[in-house]
Design a protein around this ligand. Structure first.
Ligand code: ZN
Length: 201
């Protein structure tokens, strides 16, 4: 089999680093791109760069945003005494679609995973403690994955964040076991939020 020209091999290699893109898809995308119209490829490249340069993390909550504070943090109609803790920015989208939550969010940036090398210090827990120290937060709602690491992270947080006058609750009852929020439909998420229960530290 003739070797692929080096630029194509490099492109395949770069594409296969993307999440969810296996070697075969990387090859298919690369071969499509090198045969596509130059203008369309340039547009795609520019869209990628543009998004990367314009999007940043919101300082208070850690969501992806063009401006910090993000639209949710800046919205005074939302209940600032209620903060929902999620693993990833995309989880905010899932919960917002359910329209069942009117508080603020806090993105951890992952979950504690001793095997994956993720320690509590790697997550935005200190930032959450800073928000708590600022006062006004009455309830923390933990909306983490229902797998083992999500559960363990929830228990860790419930213990570490416990302080007088703060309610710490978790959703998850009714969510499919062993999955993240993105696999739950809107109705399930809104039931899970309504049915949240207090955690005993
Ligand atoms: Zn924000």
């Amino acid at each position: 089999m003739a070797a692929l020209p080096e630029p194509i091999a490099l492109l395949i290699n770069a594409l296969s680093q993307l999440p969810g893109v296996g070697p075969r898809s990387a090859e298919r995308i690369a071969l499509h791109l090198v045969q596509a119209e130059t203008g369309a490829v340039r547009q795609l490249a520019e869209a990628i760069l543009h998004a990367r340069e314009r999007v940043r993390f919101c300082d208070p909550c850690g969501a992806l945003t063009e401006q910090s504070p993000c639209a949710i943090c800046a919205d005074r109609r939302r209940d600032g005494s209620l903060v929902c803790v999620v693993e990833r920015p995309v989880d905010i989208l899932s919960l917002e679609k359910s329209r069942a939550f009117g508080g603020q969010y806090h993105v951890l940036g992952g979950r504690i995973s001793p095997l994956g090398g993720v320690e509590p210090e790697d997550l935005r827990i200190a930032e959450l403690e800073t928000r708590l120290a600022g006062g006004g937060i009455k309830e923390i709602v933990l909306a983490l994955g229902t797998d083992v690491e999500g559960e363990a992270t929830g228990y860790y947080l419930a213990k570490r964040l416990a302080r007088p006058g703060l309610r710490i609750t978790r959703i998850g009852y009714g969510l499919p076991a062993g999955t993240g929020l993105e696999f739950a439909d809107e109705l399930t998420l809104s039931h899970a939020l309504e049915g949240r229960r207090e955690m005993q530290p």
